[in-house]
Design a protein around this ligand. Structure first.
Ligand code: FAD
Length: 500
Protein backbone atom coordinates (compact mmCIF):
# COMPACT_ATOMS: atom_id res chain seq x y z
CA UNK A 1 0.00 0.00 0.00
CA UNK A 2 1.58 3.34 -1.09
CA UNK A 3 0.62 6.78 0.14
CA UNK A 4 0.29 10.10 -1.63
CA UNK A 5 -0.94 13.43 -0.33
CA UNK A 6 -2.95 15.52 -2.78
CA UNK A 7 -4.84 18.82 -3.02
CA UNK A 8 -8.06 17.43 -4.45
CA UNK A 9 -9.16 14.08 -5.81
CA UNK A 10 -11.93 14.12 -8.38
CA UNK A 11 -13.82 10.83 -8.73
CA UNK A 12 -15.11 10.38 -12.28
CA UNK A 13 -13.93 11.66 -15.66
CA UNK A 14 -17.35 12.35 -17.16
CA UNK A 15 -18.07 15.87 -18.38
CA UNK A 16 -18.50 17.23 -14.85
CA UNK A 17 -15.36 15.60 -13.43
CA UNK A 18 -13.25 16.81 -16.36
CA UNK A 19 -14.66 20.33 -16.10
CA UNK A 20 -14.01 20.18 -12.35
CA UNK A 21 -10.39 19.19 -12.91
CA UNK A 22 -9.82 22.01 -15.43
CA UNK A 23 -11.26 24.61 -13.09
CA UNK A 24 -9.23 23.34 -10.13
CA UNK A 25 -6.06 23.46 -12.18
CA UNK A 26 -6.82 27.03 -13.32
CA UNK A 27 -7.33 27.90 -9.65
CA UNK A 28 -3.77 26.78 -8.92
CA UNK A 29 -4.45 23.31 -7.47
CA UNK A 30 -3.16 19.94 -8.65
CA UNK A 31 -6.16 17.64 -8.87
CA UNK A 32 -5.95 13.92 -9.48
CA UNK A 33 -8.82 12.45 -11.50
CA UNK A 34 -9.70 8.81 -10.84
CA UNK A 35 -11.83 7.17 -13.51
CA UNK A 36 -13.13 3.63 -13.18
CA UNK A 37 -13.47 3.03 -16.93
CA UNK A 38 -10.29 2.09 -18.80
CA UNK A 39 -11.42 3.90 -21.97
CA UNK A 40 -13.55 7.00 -22.60
CA UNK A 41 -17.24 6.23 -23.02
CA UNK A 42 -18.66 6.21 -26.54
CA UNK A 43 -22.30 6.35 -25.34
CA UNK A 44 -23.91 9.31 -27.12
CA UNK A 45 -25.95 10.28 -24.08
CA UNK A 46 -26.32 14.07 -24.22
CA UNK A 47 -26.78 15.57 -27.64
CA UNK A 48 -25.27 18.87 -26.71
CA UNK A 49 -24.98 21.77 -24.33
CA UNK A 50 -27.29 24.65 -23.79
CA UNK A 51 -27.55 27.48 -21.32
CA UNK A 52 -25.12 29.40 -19.17
CA UNK A 53 -22.36 26.81 -19.50
CA UNK A 54 -21.96 27.97 -23.11
CA UNK A 55 -21.27 31.53 -21.91
CA UNK A 56 -18.84 30.10 -19.36
CA UNK A 57 -16.96 28.23 -22.09
CA UNK A 58 -16.76 31.59 -23.85
CA UNK A 59 -15.26 33.10 -20.67
CA UNK A 60 -12.61 30.37 -20.71
CA UNK A 61 -11.78 31.02 -24.37
CA UNK A 62 -13.08 27.56 -25.34
CA UNK A 63 -16.26 28.36 -27.23
CA UNK A 64 -14.81 28.55 -30.75
CA UNK A 65 -12.74 25.40 -30.18
CA UNK A 66 -15.73 23.39 -28.94
CA UNK A 67 -17.99 24.83 -31.66
CA UNK A 68 -15.63 23.42 -34.31
CA UNK A 69 -16.74 19.91 -33.30
CA UNK A 70 -20.43 20.85 -33.07
CA UNK A 71 -22.94 20.51 -35.90
CA UNK A 72 -24.56 23.73 -34.65
CA UNK A 73 -23.52 26.44 -32.22
CA UNK A 74 -25.43 29.62 -31.53
CA UNK A 75 -28.84 30.87 -30.44
CA UNK A 76 -31.60 28.24 -30.52
CA UNK A 77 -34.58 29.46 -32.60
CA UNK A 78 -36.79 26.99 -30.76
CA UNK A 79 -36.72 24.38 -27.99
CA UNK A 80 -39.24 21.87 -26.62
CA UNK A 81 -40.60 22.38 -23.12
CA UNK A 82 -42.17 19.04 -22.24
CA UNK A 83 -43.01 18.56 -25.95
CA UNK A 84 -44.65 22.01 -26.13
CA UNK A 85 -42.66 24.12 -28.60
CA UNK A 86 -40.99 27.33 -27.48
CA UNK A 87 -40.70 29.38 -30.71
CA UNK A 88 -37.85 31.65 -29.59
CA UNK A 89 -37.41 32.91 -33.16
CA UNK A 90 -40.41 35.23 -32.68
CA UNK A 91 -38.41 37.18 -30.08
CA UNK A 92 -35.76 38.19 -32.58
CA UNK A 93 -32.85 37.38 -30.25
CA UNK A 94 -33.24 33.93 -28.69
CA UNK A 95 -32.69 33.79 -24.90
CA UNK A 96 -31.29 30.24 -25.22
CA UNK A 97 -27.87 29.56 -26.63
CA UNK A 98 -26.27 26.20 -27.15
CA UNK A 99 -24.39 23.76 -29.31
CA UNK A 100 -25.17 20.35 -30.78
CA UNK A 101 -22.15 18.37 -29.57
CA UNK A 102 -22.48 14.66 -28.77
CA UNK A 103 -21.31 13.77 -25.28
CA UNK A 104 -18.30 11.66 -26.40
CA UNK A 105 -16.98 14.70 -28.34
CA UNK A 106 -17.58 16.94 -25.34
CA UNK A 107 -15.65 14.53 -23.10
CA UNK A 108 -12.81 14.29 -25.63
CA UNK A 109 -12.52 18.09 -25.80
CA UNK A 110 -12.62 18.46 -22.02
CA UNK A 111 -10.09 15.65 -21.61
CA UNK A 112 -7.71 17.33 -24.08
CA UNK A 113 -8.08 20.61 -22.23
CA UNK A 114 -7.45 18.95 -18.85
CA UNK A 115 -4.27 17.31 -20.15
CA UNK A 116 -3.07 20.61 -21.65
CA UNK A 117 -3.49 22.17 -18.23
CA UNK A 118 -1.42 19.37 -16.70
CA UNK A 119 -4.19 17.42 -14.95
CA UNK A 120 -3.38 13.80 -14.14
CA UNK A 121 -6.19 11.46 -15.20
CA UNK A 122 -5.87 7.84 -14.07
CA UNK A 123 -8.13 5.62 -16.15
CA UNK A 124 -8.98 2.15 -14.90
CA UNK A 125 -8.70 3.42 -11.30
CA UNK A 126 -11.87 2.98 -9.27
CA UNK A 127 -12.52 4.68 -5.97
CA UNK A 128 -13.63 1.86 -3.67
CA UNK A 129 -13.41 3.30 -0.18
CA UNK A 130 -13.24 6.59 1.66
CA UNK A 131 -12.94 7.87 5.17
CA UNK A 132 -12.24 11.35 6.48
CA UNK A 133 -11.02 13.15 9.55
CA UNK A 134 -10.76 16.87 10.24
CA UNK A 135 -7.56 17.15 8.19
CA UNK A 136 -7.98 14.99 5.12
CA UNK A 137 -9.87 12.37 3.17
CA UNK A 138 -8.38 8.89 2.79
CA UNK A 139 -9.43 7.28 -0.46
CA UNK A 140 -8.93 3.61 -1.37
CA UNK A 141 -8.40 3.00 -5.05
CA UNK A 142 -8.44 -0.20 -7.10
CA UNK A 143 -6.14 0.25 -10.08
CA UNK A 144 -4.77 -2.05 -12.79
CA UNK A 145 -1.79 -2.91 -10.53
CA UNK A 146 -3.77 -3.46 -7.38
CA UNK A 147 -5.12 -1.39 -4.53
CA UNK A 148 -3.56 1.73 -3.10
CA UNK A 149 -4.59 4.63 -0.88
CA UNK A 150 -4.39 8.37 -1.43
CA UNK A 151 -4.70 11.12 1.13
CA UNK A 152 -6.24 14.33 -0.09
CA UNK A 153 -7.44 17.61 1.41
CA UNK A 154 -10.73 17.44 -0.48
CA UNK A 155 -12.56 14.87 -2.58
CA UNK A 156 -15.19 15.77 -5.17
CA UNK A 157 -17.60 13.06 -6.29
CA UNK A 158 -18.35 13.59 -9.97
CA UNK A 159 -19.07 9.90 -10.26
CA UNK A 160 -22.53 10.05 -11.76
CA UNK A 161 -26.04 8.97 -10.83
CA UNK A 162 -25.02 5.92 -8.79
CA UNK A 163 -22.31 7.91 -7.01
CA UNK A 164 -20.15 5.83 -4.70
CA UNK A 165 -18.87 9.05 -3.12
CA UNK A 166 -22.36 10.30 -2.26
CA UNK A 167 -23.32 7.00 -0.66
CA UNK A 168 -20.03 6.55 1.19
CA UNK A 169 -20.33 10.08 2.60
CA UNK A 170 -23.82 9.24 3.85
CA UNK A 171 -25.55 11.84 1.68
CA UNK A 172 -29.16 10.90 0.87
CA UNK A 173 -30.52 11.14 -2.68
CA UNK A 174 -34.26 11.65 -2.34
CA UNK A 175 -36.69 11.64 -5.23
CA UNK A 176 -38.37 9.20 -7.52
CA UNK A 177 -38.07 7.16 -10.69
CA UNK A 178 -40.63 7.59 -13.47
CA UNK A 179 -42.87 4.56 -14.07
CA UNK A 180 -42.67 4.76 -17.88
CA UNK A 181 -39.84 3.21 -19.83
CA UNK A 182 -37.95 5.08 -22.56
CA UNK A 183 -36.50 2.91 -25.30
CA UNK A 184 -33.90 4.87 -27.22
CA UNK A 185 -31.63 4.33 -30.19
CA UNK A 186 -29.20 6.27 -32.36
CA UNK A 187 -29.05 5.05 -35.98
CA UNK A 188 -27.13 5.77 -39.14
CA UNK A 189 -29.51 7.01 -41.83
CA UNK A 190 -29.50 8.72 -45.16
CA UNK A 191 -30.81 11.74 -43.29
CA UNK A 192 -30.92 15.11 -44.83
CA UNK A 193 -32.91 16.52 -41.89
CA UNK A 194 -31.42 19.70 -40.55
CA UNK A 195 -31.22 20.60 -36.90
CA UNK A 196 -34.30 22.81 -36.96
CA UNK A 197 -36.36 21.19 -39.72
CA UNK A 198 -39.98 20.34 -38.84
CA UNK A 199 -40.13 17.01 -40.62
CA UNK A 200 -37.70 14.39 -39.41
CA UNK A 201 -38.55 11.26 -41.41
CA UNK A 202 -40.77 9.89 -44.23
CA UNK A 203 -42.29 6.56 -43.19
CA UNK A 204 -43.69 4.22 -45.87
CA UNK A 205 -47.39 3.66 -45.23
CA UNK A 206 -47.67 6.54 -42.77
CA UNK A 207 -46.10 9.58 -44.38
CA UNK A 208 -43.98 12.25 -42.76
CA UNK A 209 -43.17 12.04 -39.06
CA UNK A 210 -42.68 15.33 -37.30
CA UNK A 211 -39.40 16.10 -35.70
CA UNK A 212 -39.85 15.51 -31.97
CA UNK A 213 -42.54 13.43 -30.31
CA UNK A 214 -45.29 11.91 -32.48
CA UNK A 215 -48.30 10.90 -30.37
CA UNK A 216 -50.96 8.22 -30.81
CA UNK A 217 -53.43 6.85 -28.24
CA UNK A 218 -50.91 4.03 -27.62
CA UNK A 219 -47.92 6.17 -26.71
CA UNK A 220 -45.39 8.40 -28.42
CA UNK A 221 -42.44 8.04 -30.75
CA UNK A 222 -39.51 10.41 -30.90
CA UNK A 223 -37.78 10.96 -34.22
CA UNK A 224 -35.13 13.59 -34.46
CA UNK A 225 -31.77 14.27 -36.02
CA UNK A 226 -29.12 16.53 -34.61
CA UNK A 227 -26.40 15.69 -37.11
CA UNK A 228 -26.64 14.77 -40.78
CA UNK A 229 -26.71 11.00 -41.16
CA UNK A 230 -27.81 10.18 -37.60
CA UNK A 231 -31.36 9.65 -36.35
CA UNK A 232 -32.43 9.44 -32.73
CA UNK A 233 -35.51 7.31 -32.18
CA UNK A 234 -37.30 6.74 -28.88
CA UNK A 235 -40.59 5.34 -27.62
CA UNK A 236 -42.83 5.55 -24.57
CA UNK A 237 -45.76 3.15 -24.57
CA UNK A 238 -49.02 3.23 -22.71
CA UNK A 239 -49.44 -0.26 -21.26
CA UNK A 240 -46.88 -1.99 -23.48
CA UNK A 241 -45.28 -5.33 -22.55
CA UNK A 242 -42.57 -5.18 -19.86
CA UNK A 243 -38.94 -4.83 -20.99
CA UNK A 244 -36.83 -7.97 -20.94
CA UNK A 245 -34.85 -7.41 -17.76
CA UNK A 246 -31.16 -8.17 -17.86
CA UNK A 247 -31.05 -8.42 -21.67
CA UNK A 248 -29.47 -5.61 -23.72
CA UNK A 249 -31.83 -3.55 -25.88
CA UNK A 250 -32.10 -4.83 -29.43
CA UNK A 251 -33.23 -3.08 -32.63
CA UNK A 252 -36.14 -5.53 -32.88
CA UNK A 253 -37.40 -4.55 -29.41
CA UNK A 254 -37.38 -0.88 -30.37
CA UNK A 255 -39.02 -1.51 -33.76
CA UNK A 256 -41.72 -3.68 -32.12
CA UNK A 257 -42.39 -0.85 -29.70
CA UNK A 258 -42.55 1.71 -32.56
CA UNK A 259 -44.97 -0.58 -34.41
CA UNK A 260 -47.24 -0.94 -31.36
CA UNK A 261 -47.43 2.86 -31.05
CA UNK A 262 -47.46 3.98 -34.71
CA UNK A 263 -48.67 0.92 -36.57
CA UNK A 264 -45.53 0.79 -38.76
CA UNK A 265 -41.82 0.15 -38.49
CA UNK A 266 -39.29 2.86 -39.27
CA UNK A 267 -36.74 2.76 -42.09
CA UNK A 268 -33.65 2.70 -39.88
CA UNK A 269 -30.03 2.06 -40.78
CA UNK A 270 -27.33 0.45 -38.66
CA UNK A 271 -27.70 1.07 -34.90
CA UNK A 272 -25.01 3.14 -33.19
CA UNK A 273 -26.27 2.86 -29.62
CA UNK A 274 -29.36 1.39 -27.97
CA UNK A 275 -30.59 1.78 -24.43
CA UNK A 276 -33.54 1.57 -22.05
CA UNK A 277 -33.94 4.10 -19.31
CA UNK A 278 -36.45 5.64 -16.91
CA UNK A 279 -36.46 9.31 -16.01
CA UNK A 280 -35.38 10.16 -12.47
CA UNK A 281 -36.04 13.21 -10.35
CA UNK A 282 -33.56 13.27 -7.46
CA UNK A 283 -31.58 15.76 -5.42
CA UNK A 284 -28.79 15.17 -2.93
CA UNK A 285 -29.85 16.12 0.61
CA UNK A 286 -26.50 17.92 1.01
CA UNK A 287 -23.72 18.81 -1.40
CA UNK A 288 -21.00 18.51 1.19
CA UNK A 289 -20.08 16.26 4.06
CA UNK A 290 -16.93 17.62 5.69
CA UNK A 291 -14.20 17.49 3.06
CA UNK A 292 -16.27 15.46 0.59
CA UNK A 293 -18.41 17.23 -2.01
CA UNK A 294 -20.66 16.10 -4.85
CA UNK A 295 -21.34 17.68 -8.25
CA UNK A 296 -23.21 16.87 -11.46
CA UNK A 297 -25.36 13.74 -11.71
CA UNK A 298 -23.98 12.66 -8.33
CA UNK A 299 -25.89 15.64 -6.87
CA UNK A 300 -29.01 15.82 -9.05
CA UNK A 301 -30.97 13.96 -11.71
CA UNK A 302 -33.58 15.72 -13.82
CA UNK A 303 -36.48 13.89 -15.49
CA UNK A 304 -36.43 15.93 -18.72
CA UNK A 305 -33.57 16.67 -21.10
CA UNK A 306 -31.49 19.70 -21.84
CA UNK A 307 -30.49 20.92 -18.37
CA UNK A 308 -28.32 18.24 -16.76
CA UNK A 309 -24.99 19.23 -18.27
CA UNK A 310 -25.71 22.93 -17.88
CA UNK A 311 -26.39 22.58 -14.16
CA UNK A 312 -23.75 19.90 -13.55
CA UNK A 313 -20.84 21.57 -15.31
CA UNK A 314 -21.72 24.87 -13.64
CA UNK A 315 -21.56 23.12 -10.25
CA UNK A 316 -17.96 22.30 -11.13
CA UNK A 317 -17.21 25.87 -12.16
CA UNK A 318 -18.72 27.22 -8.93
CA UNK A 319 -16.75 24.82 -6.76
CA UNK A 320 -13.40 24.91 -8.55
CA UNK A 321 -12.36 28.48 -7.79
CA UNK A 322 -13.64 28.25 -4.21
CA UNK A 323 -11.43 25.25 -3.43
CA UNK A 324 -8.61 27.12 -5.17
CA UNK A 325 -9.20 30.29 -3.13
CA UNK A 326 -9.08 28.26 0.10
CA UNK A 327 -6.06 26.24 -1.00
CA UNK A 328 -3.90 28.92 -2.57
CA UNK A 329 -5.21 32.36 -1.54
CA UNK A 330 -5.99 31.84 2.12
CA UNK A 331 -9.74 32.37 1.67
CA UNK A 332 -11.76 31.26 4.72
CA UNK A 333 -12.90 27.60 4.62
CA UNK A 334 -16.45 28.91 5.21
CA UNK A 335 -16.35 30.01 1.55
CA UNK A 336 -17.09 26.36 0.79
CA UNK A 337 -20.52 26.67 2.46
CA UNK A 338 -21.53 28.95 -0.39
CA UNK A 339 -21.16 26.04 -2.84
CA UNK A 340 -24.25 24.26 -1.53
CA UNK A 341 -26.01 27.52 -0.68
CA UNK A 342 -25.67 28.70 -4.29
CA UNK A 343 -25.90 25.54 -6.34
CA UNK A 344 -28.50 23.40 -4.56
CA UNK A 345 -31.31 25.96 -5.08
CA UNK A 346 -30.43 26.05 -8.78
CA UNK A 347 -30.86 22.27 -8.95
CA UNK A 348 -34.11 22.52 -6.94
CA UNK A 349 -35.50 25.02 -9.43
CA UNK A 350 -34.35 22.90 -12.37
CA UNK A 351 -35.98 19.88 -10.78
CA UNK A 352 -39.27 21.78 -10.60
CA UNK A 353 -39.32 22.79 -14.24
CA UNK A 354 -38.08 19.41 -15.52
CA UNK A 355 -40.74 17.66 -13.40
CA UNK A 356 -43.31 19.97 -15.00
CA UNK A 357 -41.93 19.08 -18.43
CA UNK A 358 -42.09 15.37 -17.68
CA UNK A 359 -45.70 15.73 -16.51
CA UNK A 360 -46.60 17.65 -19.67
CA UNK A 361 -44.95 14.95 -21.79
CA UNK A 362 -46.71 12.17 -19.94
CA UNK A 363 -50.24 13.63 -19.91
CA UNK A 364 -52.30 11.37 -22.17
CA UNK A 365 -55.63 11.36 -24.00
CA UNK A 366 -57.77 14.35 -24.82
CA UNK A 367 -56.96 16.03 -21.53
CA UNK A 368 -53.25 15.87 -22.26
CA UNK A 369 -53.77 17.15 -25.80
CA UNK A 370 -55.91 20.04 -24.51
CA UNK A 371 -53.26 20.99 -21.95
CA UNK A 372 -50.49 20.98 -24.55
CA UNK A 373 -52.65 22.90 -27.06
CA UNK A 374 -53.41 25.60 -24.53
CA UNK A 375 -49.79 25.92 -23.47
CA UNK A 376 -48.69 26.01 -27.10
CA UNK A 377 -50.82 29.16 -27.45
CA UNK A 378 -49.46 30.69 -24.24
CA UNK A 379 -45.85 29.83 -24.96
CA UNK A 380 -46.01 31.72 -28.26
CA UNK A 381 -46.41 34.98 -26.30
CA UNK A 382 -43.43 37.16 -25.56
CA UNK A 383 -43.55 37.18 -21.75
CA UNK A 384 -43.78 33.41 -21.18
CA UNK A 385 -41.16 32.85 -23.88
CA UNK A 386 -38.70 35.20 -22.22
CA UNK A 387 -39.39 33.72 -18.79
CA UNK A 388 -38.99 30.11 -19.92
CA UNK A 389 -35.93 31.03 -21.99
CA UNK A 390 -34.32 32.50 -18.87
CA UNK A 391 -35.24 29.43 -16.87
CA UNK A 392 -33.78 26.98 -19.40
CA UNK A 393 -30.66 29.05 -20.01
CA UNK A 394 -30.10 29.71 -16.32
CA UNK A 395 -29.90 33.45 -16.94
CA UNK A 396 -32.41 33.99 -14.14
CA UNK A 397 -29.98 32.54 -11.58
CA UNK A 398 -29.04 35.01 -8.88
CA UNK A 399 -26.86 34.12 -5.92
CA UNK A 400 -28.33 35.86 -2.84
CA UNK A 401 -30.35 39.06 -2.41
CA UNK A 402 -28.43 42.27 -2.94
CA UNK A 403 -29.25 45.94 -3.24
CA UNK A 404 -27.24 46.50 -6.42
CA UNK A 405 -28.92 44.88 -9.46
CA UNK A 406 -25.66 43.43 -10.82
CA UNK A 407 -24.52 41.66 -7.64
CA UNK A 408 -25.14 37.92 -7.57
CA UNK A 409 -25.86 37.85 -11.30
CA UNK A 410 -23.78 36.60 -14.22
CA UNK A 411 -21.81 39.57 -15.47
CA UNK A 412 -23.13 41.09 -18.71
CA UNK A 413 -20.64 40.89 -21.55
CA UNK A 414 -19.88 44.62 -21.39
CA UNK A 415 -17.88 46.23 -24.13
CA UNK A 416 -14.87 47.93 -22.60
CA UNK A 417 -12.52 50.63 -23.88
CA UNK A 418 -9.10 50.43 -22.29
CA UNK A 419 -5.89 52.33 -22.88
CA UNK A 420 -4.77 49.61 -25.24
CA UNK A 421 -8.02 49.28 -27.22
CA UNK A 422 -11.42 47.62 -27.07
CA UNK A 423 -12.21 44.38 -25.29
CA UNK A 424 -15.17 42.62 -23.68
CA UNK A 425 -15.67 41.08 -20.27
CA UNK A 426 -15.63 37.49 -21.58
CA UNK A 427 -12.06 37.98 -22.79
CA UNK A 428 -10.86 38.84 -19.27
CA UNK A 429 -11.77 35.54 -17.59
CA UNK A 430 -9.77 33.03 -19.62
CA UNK A 431 -7.40 32.38 -16.69
CA UNK A 432 -10.29 32.16 -14.19
CA UNK A 433 -8.77 34.85 -12.00
CA UNK A 434 -11.08 37.31 -10.22
CA UNK A 435 -11.34 40.59 -12.15
CA UNK A 436 -11.84 44.11 -10.85
CA UNK A 437 -13.35 46.42 -13.44
CA UNK A 438 -12.19 49.87 -12.50
CA UNK A 439 -14.54 52.04 -14.54
CA UNK A 440 -13.76 55.34 -12.78
CA UNK A 441 -9.96 55.29 -12.84
CA UNK A 442 -9.50 54.76 -9.07
CA UNK A 443 -5.82 54.14 -8.12
CA UNK A 444 -6.82 53.48 -4.46
CA UNK A 445 -9.13 50.60 -5.42
CA UNK A 446 -6.63 49.26 -7.93
CA UNK A 447 -3.99 49.04 -5.23
CA UNK A 448 -6.27 47.06 -2.88
CA UNK A 449 -7.25 44.66 -5.66
CA UNK A 450 -3.64 44.14 -6.71
CA UNK A 451 -2.79 43.23 -3.09
CA UNK A 452 -5.29 40.40 -3.38
CA UNK A 453 -3.87 39.18 -6.72
CA UNK A 454 -6.98 40.23 -8.58
CA UNK A 455 -6.73 41.10 -12.29
CA UNK A 456 -7.43 44.83 -12.56
CA UNK A 457 -8.80 46.35 -15.74
CA UNK A 458 -9.21 50.10 -15.96
CA UNK A 459 -11.71 50.88 -18.69
CA UNK A 460 -14.71 52.86 -19.83
CA UNK A 461 -17.92 50.94 -20.33
CA UNK A 462 -21.33 51.41 -21.86
CA UNK A 463 -22.98 50.33 -18.56
CA UNK A 464 -23.54 53.30 -16.27
CA UNK A 465 -24.91 51.27 -13.32
CA UNK A 466 -21.58 50.90 -11.43
CA UNK A 467 -18.08 52.29 -11.54
CA UNK A 468 -16.49 49.37 -9.68
CA UNK A 469 -17.35 45.74 -10.47
CA UNK A 470 -15.67 42.70 -8.93
CA UNK A 471 -16.21 39.58 -11.02
CA UNK A 472 -15.67 36.13 -9.50
CA UNK A 473 -13.84 33.51 -11.59
CA UNK A 474 -17.18 31.85 -12.40
CA UNK A 475 -18.43 35.06 -14.01
CA UNK A 476 -20.80 36.10 -11.22
CA UNK A 477 -20.61 39.61 -9.80
CA UNK A 478 -19.35 39.66 -6.19
CA UNK A 479 -19.47 43.42 -5.78
CA UNK A 480 -20.71 46.43 -7.76
CA UNK A 481 -21.01 50.01 -6.60
CA UNK A 482 -20.77 53.61 -7.52
CA UNK A 483 -18.30 55.63 -5.48
CA UNK A 484 -17.18 52.63 -3.39
CA UNK A 485 -14.63 52.96 -0.62
CA UNK A 486 -11.41 51.06 -0.11
CA UNK A 487 -12.93 49.44 3.01
CA UNK A 488 -15.98 48.18 1.08
CA UNK A 489 -13.74 46.54 -1.46
CA UNK A 490 -11.36 45.09 1.17
CA UNK A 491 -14.23 43.43 3.01
CA UNK A 492 -15.57 41.82 -0.16
CA UNK A 493 -12.13 40.68 -1.28
CA UNK A 494 -11.44 39.06 2.09
CA UNK A 495 -14.64 37.02 1.77
CA UNK A 496 -14.30 35.90 -1.84
CA UNK A 497 -10.64 36.10 -2.71
CA UNK A 498 -8.72 35.49 0.50
CA UNK A 499 -6.36 37.61 2.48
CA UNK A 500 -3.93 39.98 0.79
C1 FAD B 1 -29.94 8.94 -23.10
C2 FAD B 1 -29.46 10.17 -22.40
C3 FAD B 1 -29.58 11.39 -23.03
C4 FAD B 1 -29.16 12.55 -22.38
N1 FAD B 1 -29.28 13.75 -23.01
C5 FAD B 1 -28.88 14.87 -22.40
C6 FAD B 1 -28.93 16.13 -23.05
O1 FAD B 1 -29.33 16.24 -24.20
N2 FAD B 1 -28.50 17.23 -22.38
C7 FAD B 1 -27.99 17.15 -21.11
O2 FAD B 1 -27.61 18.17 -20.54
N3 FAD B 1 -27.89 15.96 -20.48
C8 FAD B 1 -28.31 14.84 -21.08
N4 FAD B 1 -28.20 13.63 -20.45
C9 FAD B 1 -27.62 13.60 -19.10
C10 FAD B 1 -26.08 13.65 -19.17
O3 FAD B 1 -25.61 12.60 -19.98
C11 FAD B 1 -25.54 13.54 -17.75
O4 FAD B 1 -26.11 14.59 -17.00
C12 FAD B 1 -24.02 13.62 -17.70
O5 FAD B 1 -23.40 12.46 -18.22
C13 FAD B 1 -23.58 13.79 -16.25
O6 FAD B 1 -22.20 13.95 -16.20
P1 FAD B 1 -21.38 13.54 -14.90
O7 FAD B 1 -19.97 13.82 -15.25
O8 FAD B 1 -22.02 14.15 -13.71
O9 FAD B 1 -21.63 11.99 -14.74
P2 FAD B 1 -21.27 10.79 -15.73
O10 FAD B 1 -21.30 11.23 -17.14
O11 FAD B 1 -22.16 9.66 -15.34
O12 FAD B 1 -19.77 10.44 -15.38
C14 FAD B 1 -19.42 9.80 -14.17
C15 FAD B 1 -18.08 9.11 -14.37
O13 FAD B 1 -17.65 8.60 -13.10
C16 FAD B 1 -17.09 7.33 -13.31
N5 FAD B 1 -17.19 6.60 -12.01
C17 FAD B 1 -18.30 6.13 -11.43
N6 FAD B 1 -18.01 5.58 -10.23
C18 FAD B 1 -16.67 5.72 -10.07
C19 FAD B 1 -15.77 5.35 -9.04
N7 FAD B 1 -16.20 4.72 -7.91
N8 FAD B 1 -14.45 5.62 -9.20
C20 FAD B 1 -14.01 6.26 -10.31
N9 FAD B 1 -14.83 6.60 -11.33
C21 FAD B 1 -16.14 6.35 -11.20
C22 FAD B 1 -17.93 6.73 -14.42
O14 FAD B 1 -17.22 5.69 -15.07
C23 FAD B 1 -18.14 7.94 -15.32
O15 FAD B 1 -17.12 8.08 -16.28
C24 FAD B 1 -28.60 12.46 -21.07
C25 FAD B 1 -28.48 11.23 -20.45
C26 FAD B 1 -28.90 10.08 -21.11
C27 FAD B 1 -28.75 8.74 -20.41
Amino acid sequence: MTWETLDVVVAGAGPVGLMQACELRLAGLHPLVLERAAEPSTAPKANGLCGRIVDTLDHRGLLARFAESASYSGPFPGFPFGSVPLPFAVLGASPLRGMALPQPDLERLLGDRARELGVEIRRGHELVGLAQDGEAVHADVRGPDGRYRVRTRYLVGCDGARSFVRDAAGIGFSGDTAPDLLRLGHFHAESTAGLFDDVAMEVPGIGPLERGWNRTPRGRVLVTSLRPGVYIVGTYETGGPPAGSGTPMAVGELQDSVERVLGARLPLGEPIWLSRTRGQARLADRYRQGRVLVAGDAAHLFPAGGSSLNVGMLDAVNLGWKLGAIGTRGAPPALLDSYEAERRPVAERTLRHTRAQAALDRATGRDGDALRDLLTELFALEQPLRRLGGLLHGSDTRYGDHAHPLVGRFVPDLKLSTETGHTRVAALLHEANPVLLDLADRPDLRAVAADHHVTVVTARSDDPSADTVLIRPDGYVAFAADGSTVDDLRAVLATWCGTA
